[in-house]
Design a binder for this molecule. Structure first.
Ligand SMILES: [Fe+2]
Length: 293
């Protein structure tokens, strides 16, 4: 996919429920808005007709933003790594809102969270897929379907993992490299996820970035985390973690196809960040973007 250059969008913001006011009053602070569509609709279940009901207030806002800025779609509900489930209705729904909001690209996570069965269950956190040939083929086939159905580029994001899966056939960078080259999806590289995994599993983020084919990376995520029970987590807690700024510089210097840098924070940390904090993080990212992109 990165063989087709994407437009340089700049520095953007992942939308969350505390941001409608900010999006309107500080439109100059971000170049594009990334939305999580699954948070803006209710899913009545696969057997319901119509299955989805979108939230009017959010979509009114997105349509207004779209008149002036690009939108990106970052879904959390596909669960592309669930071996026994591929939700074609979810892909259809992404296609419907793509028709309306004209995303520059859409993305989801290289992970699984949904467990099919008589009563589908949810793991509550996004679980990493095993890095082996069988899973690679499964996900490549699904990417092919998604790319045929939704007429804009598709990216997959590297995940966090808190427990090492034994006897993997490939390393994470090797799996991502092959997936991108063989399926045509781009990589959404979450630099904070790399930092989280490096802290919890004792490798250096620089070695991960050396092994990853950075020419396949289209978008970067930056965020902050938290310490919990001996782990460092991807809690999206407030400002960007300090070491991630250095990783952003290193990556932008070496990754010519990167088109966008997105700041993510969880709405629960808004009382700590406040409007000034969001502006400060976006400005910091923009200074680095302007230097390297
Ligand atoms: Fe992310």
């Amino acid at each position: 996919m990165p063989s087709v250059p994407q437009p340089k969008l700049g520095v953007g913001l992942l939308f969350n429920p505390v941001l409608p006011e900010f999006v309107t009053s500080h439109a100059d602070a971000f170049d594009y808005l990334e939305i999580i569509p699954d948070r803006e609709w209710s899913d009545r279940g696969v057997d319901a007709t119509p299955r989805y009901a979108t939230l009017d207030a959010s979509f009114d806002l997105f349509r207004r933003v779209r008149e002036r800025k690009p939108l990106l779609c970052h879904s959390i509900g596909l669960s592309i790594g669930s071996a026994g489930l591929f939700d074609l209705g979810h892909v259809d729904q992404i296609n419907r809102i793509q028709t309306e909001l004209d995303f520059a690209w859409h993305s989801d996570h290289l992970s699984f969270a949904r467990l099919p069965g008589e009563h589908e269950m949810h793991t509550a956190i996004s679980m990493p897929v095993p890095y082996d040939q069988e899973v690679l083929q499964l996900i490549k086939d699904r990417v092919e379907h998604i790319r045929a159905e939704v007429p804009c580029p598709f990216l997959l994001e590297n995940n966090v993992y808190y427990v090492d899966a034994p006897d993997q056939e490939m390393s994470e960078p090797e799996f991502l490299n092959r997936l991108a080259r063989e399926s045509g999806c781009g990589i959404l590289l979450d630099l904070h996820n790399v930092y989280v995994n490096s802290r919890n599993h004792g490798f250096t983020p620089e070695s991960f970035l050396r092994d990853l084919d950075l020419s396949q990376v289209v978008e970067l995520h930056i965020a902050g985390g938290d310490d919990l029970l001996g782990f460092y987590t991807d809690a999206h807690a407030g400002p960007v973690a300090e070491p991630v700024w250095g990783l952003l510089e290193d990556t932008l210097r070496a990754a010519p196809a990167v088109s966008a840098v997105t700041f993510e924070f969880h709405e629960s940390s808004y009382p700590m960040l406040k409007t000034e904090g969001i502006v400060a993080e976006l400005s910091h990212a923009r200074r680095i973007w302007d230097r390297y992109a």
